[in-house]
Design a binder for this molecule. Structure first.
Ligand SMILES: *Cc1c(COP(=O)(O)O)cnc(C)c1O
Length: 384
């Protein structure tokens, strides 16, 4: 089965690039997973939960201890009051939250508006739902959507506006004015907003602004997040969404037949993580920001034109100043040229729209500092 406008289910460039990294011994900055464990309290809590017998199916909406912790987290960081019993749903990662939401809330032919480039699952899930995918470009070098293009894309046919902030793959953060415009357009056209905020704690400049905190947004917003990126537990697949009760109920109706439930012993462990002191959360942002700066300055020194990331795991580098116009070709050659792997941004763009992203490469900096230092040293070969 092929999905999306150009077959979202074909073997991805990510698999190809990771295989290339393995076979060539190159440093893999293609895939966005951390190479270090997260907080020991969280890991220890999972071990303890297994010992304590939390090994059977948890409740369908998630264990109360985690739903309470998610609710307390929304209050503590954003001043949002969320009913832990009616407005929270624990999911198998943000991915299942996205899938269940889109499948539950769209009918065949409904339009789903996303920014472009977009996280690759979006296109595939919209395709699975039989909905129509409409995109608004985020162009280099700033990777911000144009307000008029947002106004043109969001119409009465729009059922969902799916945004991702901070943004993967570009590292951009949407300013408050853009979020406000999105809420305004959603209200005008009676669309729902789905906001993927998995990088909410990994912002480098200003505090994160959840869409749900904006005036008028709450009643039409489904907020999705995940423990993976915050606690370096991407393999645990504990995610969640918060939304008004009626919306949660329709999403649960789909979710029960996707995974039903997952990760029983990890749920209380993530509850421990969400209650860690503020210093943990400011610490992970500061550490990741330093890693960003290290890789970005190395890429700049190597001759790329780099757009500074404002959050998340990834930075975009333009290979055109180095004389490479085709990032796909360049990424295939890069392990041989410099012993490093990146991913072409075209992998996050639909076929017909790839031309203007042609020379752009995404690199992950969620790696140990020593790994990034070695990558930077190797990339120096491009400048010679
Ligand atoms: C990593 C990522 C996800 C997936 O999160 P999981 O919790 O692993 O399912 C979703 N959206 C974005 C933008 C991501 O980067």
């Amino acid at each position: 089965m092929l999905l999306g406008d150009d077959g979202g289910l074909r073997p991805t460039i990510f698999a190809e690039m990771s295989a290339l990294a393995t076979s060539s011994g190159a440093i893999n900055l293609g895939q966005g997973f951390p190479d270090e464990d997260g907080p020991t309290e969280v890991l220890e809590a999972a071990r303890q939960a297994i010992t304590d017998g939390f090994n059977q199916y948890p409740p369908g909406t998630g264990m109360p201890v985690l739903r309470n912790a998610i609710s307390a987290h929304q209050q503590r960081f954003y001043g949002l009051t969320v009913d832990p019993d009616r407005e929270v749903l624990v999911t198998a990662g943000a991915t299942e939250a996205l899938a269940a939401t889109i499948l539950a809330l769209t009918e065949k032919g409904d339009e789903v508006v996303t920014l472009e480039p977009f996280y690759d699952a979006y296109g595939a899930i919209v395709g699975l739902a039989g909905a129509t995918h409409v995109t608004v470009p985020m162009r280099a070098p700033l990777f911000q959507p144009d307000p008029d293009e947002l106004r043109a894309a969001i119409t009465d046919r729009t059922r969902l506006i799916l945004i991702n902030n901070p943004h993967n793959p570009t590292g951009s953060v949407l300013p408050r004015e853009t979020l406000q415009l999105i809420v305004e357009l959603a209200t005008k056209h009676d669309a729902l907003i789905v906001t993927d905020e998995v990088y909410e704690h990994l912002v480098f400049d200003a505090p994160h602004i959840p869409v749900a905190t904006l005036p008028g947004a709450r009643a039409r917003t489904i907020t999705i997040s995940s423990a993976g990126k915050t606690f370096n537990t991407t393999g645990w697949k504990i995610g969640w969404l918060t939304a008004p009760h009626a919306i949660v109920s329709s999403i649960v109706a789909v979710k029960q037949f996707l995974t039903f439930v997952n990760g029983a012993p990890f749920q209380p462990a993530i509850a421990v993580g969400l209650a860690l002191p503020d210093s943990f959360f400011t610490g992970i942002a500061a550490t990741l920001g330093r890693k960003h700066d290290l890789l970005s300055s190395g890429l700049t020194d190597a001759g790329f034109a780099v757009t500074r990331a404002q959050g998340g795991y990834f930075v975009v580098a333009d290979a055109a100043p180095l004389g490479y116009d085709d990032a796909e070709e360049f990424c295939r050659a890069l392990p041989g040229l410099a012993g490093v792997v990146g991913v072409p941004i075209s992998a996050f763009v639909r076929q017909g729209n790839r031309a203007e992203y042609r020379s752009l490469v995404r690199f992950a900096y969620c790696k140990r500092e020593s790994v990034l230092e070695e990558a930077v040293a190797r990339l120096g070969a491009l400048a010679r």
